[in-house]
Design a protein around this ligand. Structure first.
Ligand code: SF4
Length: 226
């Protein structure tokens, strides 16, 4: 981790790093199961911080300002999302998701990351105001908790202006990063792609191109479209 963190969080980071290095890269089911367990540990760490610090968070179902920002995922997260969609959505729903992903990808492709964030494009996985893949959402979404819905709303309504007001708790953010970044470091050190890719492009490729998973298993760059 690049920020100064406690010895306890550094230990969490190192534990995740070691866990990821044990991943049997050629077993897709094991990859998915291990990533899901990593997500559970991430939640465990953050719940502990929320309780210890008695944080008053203002996130609630139906509030989705943060789902209009740029989200980046690692390849193994895109594969977990793709598997979740295949397992939990009907064929027509999957077709609809892919169409929305492709439409967003086309809008996003010409934009620089900051322009994308400022464009306020709703995530293609946002349905009726809520995340349609909540159980499989990536670490970037899991890690984010807001201390102030007013700050989120202001940032959404005035995306090019400097952020004003409280937003994230530093301890909570660092706890999430200790797990997610430690795991990513371990994946990278084991010779697999742990790069960050724009969500829509990465997920569409994971859904439509089996070669993406094969490239990942072979230790190559997994996502070519983002
Ligand atoms: S994946 Fe879900 S939580 Fe993340 S931005 Fe999209 S709709 Fe929001």
């Amino acid at each position: 981790m690049t920020e100064t963190v406690s010895a306890a969080l550094q230990a969490v980071f190192e534990k995740e790093r070691a866990a990821a290095r044990t991943l049997p890269a050629r077993d897709a089911d094991a990859v998915r199961a291990q990533v899901v367990r990593m997500y559970a540990r991430l939640e465990h760490e953050q719940v502990a911080v929320i309780a210890a610090a008695k944080l008053a968070l203002e996130c609630e179902r139906g509030c989705n300002y943060c789902c209009h920002q740029r989200v980046e995922v690692r390849p193994y997260e895109a594969f977990v999302l793709a598997d979740h969609i295949r397992a939990h959505m009907t064929a027509p729903q999957q077709t609809a998701v892919k169409e929305k992903l492709a439409a967003n990808q086309a809008r996003i492709a010409p934009l620089a990351p900051l322009q994308h964030t400022q464009a306020g494009i709703p995530c293609a996985l946002l349905v009726d105001g809520a995340c349609s893949v909540y159980a499989a959402r990536p670490a970037a979404c899991r890690k984010y908790y807001s201390l102030s819905v007013n700050t989120c709303r202001t940032a959404y309504e005035h995306p090019t202006e400097p952020l004003i007001g409280p937003l994230e708790d530093d301890g909570l953010r660092l706890a999430g990063n200790a797990v997610a970044l430690g795991y990513a470091r371990g994946v990278e050190e084991s010779g697999r792609d742990a790069g960050r890719y724009e969500l829509h492009a990465a997920l569409l490729e994971a859904l439509e191109n089996p070669k993406a998973a094969k490239r990942y298993r072979d230790g190559k760059k997994a996502i070519l479209s983002a």
